[in-house]
Design a protein around this ligand. Structure first.
Ligand code: DX5
Ligand code: ZN
Length: 221
């Protein structure tokens, strides 16, 4: 089950140097990243804008690691195929992004990608149990989505509840936490049941020669 898996680290390229995205992706690959976490923002669902399918497609040749695409966009459904075509391995949509998350998860699975469902800090986790059959990853936001570098919101009970819903359904899924993850907060979320930790600021600090150290400091925290 999820609580016995090793901790996987998913650096968020939101905190990387966008002027050399290909090199940055290769650098975190070499530094030991498990997933490449790609934050897509639309200036509508969240108050910030990042990039879309063409940019993801352009960095795809720079690594063989899993592309973990976190869509902070609404609507989601019209764009799912474009993200799959761009090279996403996991596509995560927010439950708050529309009224039909079940359909959205079905649409993601239909592309062949793994399907993720994300919950903003104030959104109850209960809905997860009604769609668990379609879910490969649950993403618990521990900041309000939109920006890197924010303070961690302690939602350990929610992480544990997500793990318990997966366990009760007999499903092994990724329990991912995103926002304010540092060597200080990582032990709390791991203990609560998370097995994939997203981190931007804490990994892309001090330059590429420190990425491996920064990843290890979170993984072994
Ligand atoms: C926030 C993004 C996060 C963010 C995390 O909307 O989903 O992935 O980049 O950044 P840090 O690790 O700096 O909190
Ligand atoms: Zn994210």
């Amino acid at each position: 089950m999820t609580d016995t898996q090793n901790t996987l680290i998913a650096p968020s390229i939101l905190s990387s140097d966008f002027s050399k995205l290909g090199e940055e992706v290769k650098a975190i690959d070499d530094a030991g990243a498990d997933y490449i976490h790609i934050d897509v923002m639309d200036g509508h669902f969240v108050p910030n804008l990042t990039f879309g399918p063409p940019v993801i497609k352009s960095i795809r040749p720079h690594t063989k690691k899993i592309f973990d695409v976190h869509l902070m966009i609404a609507p989601v459904d019209p764009y799912i195929q474009a993200y799959a075509d761009a090279g996403a391995d996991i596509i995560t949509a927010h439950i708050e992004a529309g009224p039909h998350i079940h359909r959205t998860l079905q649409a993601i699975k239909a592309t062949g990608a793994k399907a993720g469902i994300s919950f903003n800090p104030a959104t109850p986790i209960d809905g997860l149990k009604h769609v668990i059959d379609l879910v490969d990853l649950v993403l618990i936001m521990t900041v309000n989505p939109g920006f890197g570098g924010q303070s961690f919101i302690p939602l350990m009970d929610k992480i544990t509840a997500a793990r318990d819903i997966a366990k009760a359904a007999g499903k092994q899924i990724d329990i991912q936490v995103d926002g304010g993850v540092t060597p200080q907060t990582a032990p709390l979320v791991k203990q609560a049941g998370a097995n994939v930790l997203v981190a931007g600021t804490a990994i892309f600090k001090d330059g590429p020669e420190h990425y491996a150290r920064n990843i290890t400091n979170i993984r072994n925290a």
